[in-house]
Write a protein that binds this ligand. Sequence first.
Ligand SMILES: Nc1nc2c(c(=O)[nH]1)N[C@H]1C(S)=C(S)[C@@H](COP(=O)(O)O)O[C@H]1N2
Ligand SMILES: [Mo]
Length: 329
Amino acid sequence: MLIQRPPDLKASEITPEAVYLQRRSLMKQALALLLTPSLSQAAGWFDKDEPPSSPQKPLRYSRWPHSLQGERTTEDAVTHYNNYYEFGLGKDEPAQNARGFQTEPWSVVIEGECAHPGRYTLEDVLKGMNLEERVYRLRCVEAWSMVVPWVGFPLAALLKRVEPGSRAKYIAFETLHDPERMPGQKPGLFGLSSLDWPYREGLRVDEAMHPLTLLAVGLYGKTLSPQNGAPLRLVVPWKYGFKSIKSIVRLRLQEEPPETTWSRSAPGEYGFYANVNPEVDHPRWSQAKERRILSGSLLGVERVGTLPFNGYAEQVAGLYAGMDLRRNF
Ligand SMILES: Nc1nc2c(c(=O)[nH]1)N[C@H]1C(S)=C(S)[C@@H](COP(=O)(O)O)O[C@H]1N2
Ligand SMILES: [Mo]
């Protein structure tokens, strides 16, 4: 399916990941965008008078020394410009539709090739964990990015507790599957019936054990808002945003590479590795630059060059030594 984009619509505003799958939702969104007066768009993509979301609680954490310097994306923008298809296709929809999403109680099943499989409550998972604030860039495959002060702990700390076995080569992640609580999972409701739920992602175990790989429980010093993946989500800063799976309920250690949602639905567009790479274009648009979103206004969004591995090459390029990154995209 090839969809011609009206020249005045930016790729980042029409949700290309979903566009591939569903023409109807594209038409709806394109129409909505065309009908949006540019002035109100400039004022921000969300309604300031909206009722409050579920209350976010303050977190105790220490600062990580190697954080990004410089500007951050405002909290408003991080919490109101989201990709979370379980709660709708538009960037402003998750903040609306995830309001009141219940994350207590929450538990995570850890299974497969490890010494201590089981169902862990979120409290078990967090017990004794040292929470840190780490300012990481999140670079979306749609060529926009944000700079976010995440709060979390290294995934490695959790994996070490369950002691992966020698056959554990990959780790599979799953988001909650509960159409009653996640309306986007209801067949056809957002026109995304062809995406099979739950949302799935995967990493190689050495990627998962890398000290930059974070399980985030908060941002801007507070517990995560539902739209950002409460209560527990992955952040892999050198990979495109879709790897950073939200609201995780299952981790499986396994020998074989897991299937992932986007590479399953569009294998030519989304690979397993998804390392940020300005030299490997998405088949339908360039990845050489990104629009750095810093506040709730789309006017004056700076376009900056995208860095290999999203700027973390020094720390992670060694994981891929000898691999052809054009083939393993
Ligand atoms: N379960 C789930 N996780 C998800 C997504 C999603 O639709 N569902 N979207 C991904 C994409 S494409 C991006 S860019 C990031 C966005 O994270 P943010 O909304 O916190 O900025 O979440 C990722 N994790
Ligand atoms: Mo994304």
